[in-house]
Structure formats: structure tokens, C-alpha cells
Design a protein around this ligand. Sequence first.
Ligand code: BGC
Length: 800
Amino acid sequence: MPGWKVVYDQWKPEQQPLREALCTLGNGYVATRGAFEEASADESINYPGTYLAGGYNRLVTQIAGQEIENEDLVNWPNWLPLKYRHPGEKWFHTSLVELLSFRQELDMHQGVLERIIRYRDEAGRESDLHTRRLVSMANKHVVALAWELTPLNWSGPIEISAALDGRTTNSGVARYRALNGKHLTPLAQGQHNNETIYLQVETVQSGMRMAQAARTHIFTAPDTGQPERVLNQEDGFVEQLISVNCTSGQTLRVEKVVQIHTSRDHAITETLQEARKNIDRQGSFSHLLGKHAMAWERLWNRCDLQLECNDKAQSVLRLHIFHLLQTVSANTVGLDVGVPARGLHGEAYRGHIFWDELFIFPFLNLRLPELTRELLFYRYRRMREARYAASQAGYKGSMFPWQSGSNGREESQVIHLNPQSGRWLPDNTYLQRHISAAIAYNVWQYYQANQDMAFMTYMGGEMMFDIAQFWSTISKFNPERQRYEIHNVVGPDEYHTDYPGSDEIGLNNNAYTNVMAVWVIQTALKLIEILDDSRVNELFQKLDITKADVLRWEDIASKMYIPFLENTSIIAQFEGYGQLQEFPWQEYQVKYGETMRLDRILESEGDNVNKYKASKQADVLMLFYLFSSEKLVQIFQTLDYDFKPENIPENIDYYQQRTSHGSTLSKIVHSWVLARSDRKRAWHNFEVALVSDVEDVQGGTTPEGIHLGAMAGTVDLVQRGFTGLEIRDDVLWLNPALPDEINCLNFQIRYRSHWISLHLTHQKIRITFDRGWSKEVQIGVLGKVYTFQTGEQREFDISQ
Ligand code: BGC
């Protein structure tokens, strides 16, 4: 099936870390990198990793003269190991044989990773090895392997090792290796029955347990009897050594099915007992595959996006949807987890949760809103910590952490290693207070798409009000300007964390932050009107919000300061930006290309990126990404600034020339904001964003985990950016600007309880109201509003 597979037809060891990340299989509960079954972790090629949604642990390390604590998404026991050897010889390994053919396929339609290789070993024996793997979407506790060995020119005995390896550490990211990475302590291992072994481990600090039970079935000819098995174990490791006879030309089939339980699971007694009990109830690989493939089919029915473009764009977009659904799925519901920026695919950023949700939720909102709701609950449950953080910093309300993990404490690292210079440096990016605005924005977007009043009346409203309260208390009135200001923050552009030569950290009046603060406060004021008075009173009482507070909100909503570059309509990224030096872009772009980590490069050269008009990623431009020009102009008008839609292109142009795209999120925003004014450049940016991970454009970051924000962001660019899909004033608006490269686009969305199919070409839009369970819905096409009811289909000519 074209467009559904990622295929590698050559073995390239140097690419293996990237392939492992891209071939990760997951189900929203657990995920395992696409490492080979016979591989164990080494310095640079193989890194098996199994990660659990919400599976965190903290460790302390002495580094650069400081004691620092880091919370990591733990690399749990490796359930993959399955390998063989000829008696007295080394275990099979790709590096020890001559590969005659190689093919690895990721089948996104079924969620299966497959490898088919033919090889010759040192003794001249030729064999075929065919492996398939799944991480069940149908039963989140089950993962399975089918392994088939066909001797082509030899016969004789072999020994198979089927193991569970809990001696894993977190060592997948080279620049973290100086930090303590031993999170697991072994609890138990052994044999459950003739075919099944088990292992149980616990995290050393968070006390989370995981048990795995692995059943290995060998398919032998009926008259050959059961193969002989020997148990081998040490603390944290258990294996069965199975002796089998192979016959030339006959395929030996082995299936390894593993049951996984953790102490965070619902409806269990104890992890090991559950794993041992439930493994006995599992069927064969093909039975599991059937159920698993059906679960994927159901997901694809809702989530696929078909475009007539080049094959690459289609399959890469599917890969992005695939990895998003592997990170969060129906299996995530009830787990109390957030969505890690790097998926469950590697150890970069330690599995922390950032503002990347902003780029991820729009896809879920319009298809699986139950998931957005669930992920917003993760934030809601951490309000206590956010309220404490605000109070510690001298504010009120909820101040969410820039990096979040288990309990909502700030998890940003205190110091970080610049791999380019080898120096450990202070990391002040935690001052990105705009994260709290992103959470409020996500609450509001979810509500807009689903009109979930129950949510909004309770958790949603509580978060909106408390975040508004935070923004109001971090804003300080400047009597000279007669305006409110926000000081000592960092904007989305993480390069700028202080003023050159200043002892203070943070910047003043980051335009993005200030506008977002105003938007949050204005929206909270609107919400007071929407919710019934008694509920508003209840919430205000609970949150200690007074009438005086609301009066202050109203004042800030019309008097926030927004910096502009002198005598221009260019919004200044922050106050003082205009005084920074211009950066010699050409010189560096020739050397490092279009996307680069200037902060690291300059620090290693003894310079400091803070000195320059050089951004890591979209900062001011985020405003044009999140708001329509109408909305933004309205915000500026309320603030009494003369900012017009005509000023937007000059702002885009200005920052476009001063951005190094050191984050994969940057190109998404740049493509989006150009979608209407410059389709060629928009498409170029889209293409770069599209290959961020498949081609690892940041040079070595994808092997450490995919960039979920960029993945979901590219899909959202197609679904909302290029179609002009926007929810405004209770109308779902469509105003397409399809790039020339896309001829035709088909997808489904769920909007306010209706499933709607959309078919777009350059000439027409066809809207079909498939299924739904609520009243009619208003859809606006090119400025005119139409009422749609279930079963209706209409076509609009958009060729003029
Ligand atoms: C970006 C942030 C992003 C984080 C996680 C950083 O490189 O600058 O905006 O949230 O990566 O994806």
C-alpha cells in the first residue's frame, strides 16, 4: 500500500540510532525503540529503550561542583532480547555477519515493525531471519515478537536466548551521560512455567514498579517433542536458553509474547501477580496481531489525512500521525500523564512536558477530543504545585513549570552541557512563563472545538481564572508609562535569557508574553459572562479571587505595554531588542546551513548570543500563528496601539531574517504565517519542517527522541493552516490557501459532536456531514455562513 510504509533497504549502522527512534512502536502506555532483538546498548549504534507514559524517577548527581537532581523518563527493562548461536560460538549479531540483503519496514497501517535479512556467517552458513513486532494498541499491556530463522545451507543444533533485561540505565543521550542514570533496582526474577519467565523492578526514588512476564513459544515439528530449556538469571536479568535443532530449508518459528504491568495500573492487585496471571491468557502472535491491526484501523478511520501531493509528503504526514497516536491514544486515558515533547521515543529532554502541547492539541481537538481533555487534566491535577510555585515567586494564581514531569514541579535543568564547548552552563530557560498562557489557550481551544461546558464549568474555568490571576499579579504598573509591564521572563526564543552585561536574569516585556497575558485575562473576563454567576462565585471563593482582582484584570486588559522598534510598526521581541547588534547571518549560514544552534556555536567561540538580534525560533511571530489578524488587531486596539493587518508582513519579514530555526517548531510557525502571503516560502518552510525528523535536520537530535510538536505541527499546517480552518464566533470557518503542490486534500474532523468530511481542491470544497449527535452546526465558507445538519452534503466553488 503506497504511503503507508517506511522502508529501509540497506543496512547503515550510522543511521541505526535515527531508525530506532523513527521505528519506535508504542500504544500511549508503553513504547519501545526499534532496536534489533539481538542488540544491547552500546556507545553509538544500538540503544534499546522502553519508556512508560508517566514513568519518571529522580536522581541526584554531583556535577560541576554542584549537587543537582534530575527527573527522567526511565528506560525500563528491555523485553526484546531474542537471539541465537551455534554451540560454542558467539551470539548472532548483524555486525558479525556478511549481510546479503536487508529490508526493514515500518507498516504504519497495521503498526508492525518488520525486518527481513539474509546473511552469511564466518563459517559460510547462510540464513534468512524474519522478525515482526507489535506493541498492542488493542491491549496496552501486551507486546509481542514473531521471529523466524531459515537455514539456507546448513542444519544442526542452535541455542536460543529469550530474556528480560532490567539492567538498563538511562544513557541514550551522550550529553547527559555524566549524570546518574541508574534508575532501577531489581526486585525479582525467575520462571513462571516451562515457557514463561518474569522480571520485576522498581525505580529507586519514585518507587514505581514494573513486572514483565515473557512467554516464548517454539514451533517445532509434532514428532520432535519439547525443546530443552535452561533458566539463567542474575539480579535484574532473566533468560531461558533453549536448545533446538535446525534443518536446512525449514523455518524455525519463535514467538515471544510479553505482558507488562506497573504499579500505576488501575484494576490490579500487584504487578508481578498480574503479569504472571495475564500472560497465561494471551493468544498467539497472529491472534494478537489481528486485534492490534483492527485497533489501528479504527484509529486511522478517524485520523488519516489523504493528500494528492508527492508520495513523500503523504507518507511522512502519516508517520507523524502514527507517532502522535503511539504517544497518546485511548490507552492514555486515566494514566494522569502529559504529552512529552520528544514522545516516548528517547531520552532527550528527559521525557519532560513543555508548551509543545500548543502544536499537538489542535490535531487531537478535531478528532480525539477525549485525549485533549485527558491531557488538560494532567495540568489541572498539578495546579496545587503551580499555585505554590507562583506564591514562592511572589505572585498569586497558577504559574505552571516550563518543564513538567511527575508532580508538576519545575523540572528544567539548573545547568546544561554545551556539547560544542564541553562547558556546563546555567540554564535560565525556565523563565518561560508563557507556558501558563499556552495552557490557558489550550483549554480555550478545546472548549471552542467541543463546547464541553461540563469541563469548562469545573476544571477548565478553574484553570482559566487562576492563570489569569497569575498574569495579573506578575504584571506591574509603571506609573511613568501608565501601563502594565512584565519583567524577568524569557520568550519562546530561548537564546535570549538576559541583557548583555546585566546581572539580572530574564528580559522585560517580551511582546509575545505580554500579548498572551492580555489574551488570557480578556478571555477570563469573557468566561465570567459565559458561566453562571453562582459557579463563578464558587470558583472565585476557592481561588481567593476578589472583586478588586477582577477590576485589576480589567485594567490590565486595556493597559498592557507592548514594545515596538522605534518609529516602526515592528513589534519588538522584548524591550531593548532594538539596541542589540545585527548578526552576521551570511557568514554563519554558509558554515552551518539554514538551521543552527547559534547559542551553542557562539558560546563555544567565546561569544554570547544574547548580544545579537538572533532568535532560536519564532517568538513575535507566534502571535500571528495563534491568532487571526482580526483577533490580533482587536487585542491591539483594546490596548490602544495602532497595529494594522498591513503591518503583519513587515513583521514576518523582519524576524524571518533574524531567526536561526534552532528548534524544529520554528519552521512550522514560519510556514503558517506565510501561508497566505507567500505560498512559495510557506511551502519551503513546510518541507523543511516535514523532514525535521525523517532526515534529522537538527543533526543528531531525532535519535534521542522524535519532535512531537513539529510532527503534529506539520499535520496541523495541512489541516488548519492550508485550509484556513478556524473556529470563531461559534462558526467553523474555511478559507483555503492550498499550496500549488497539493492538488487535493481529504480528511475528517469532529467538531461539536459532528463528524464532518472535507474534500478540498483548488476549485472546490465539498463538506459532508457524516454522523453526529447534536443539533445543526454553522460553517462559514469564504466569508458566508451556512447551516448544516446531519446527512447533508454541499459543494462550494472556490475557483475565483
Ligand atoms: C524549544 C522549545 C520546546 C522544547 C521541547 C526547545 O528546543 O526551544 O520551544 O518546547 O525544545 O520541544
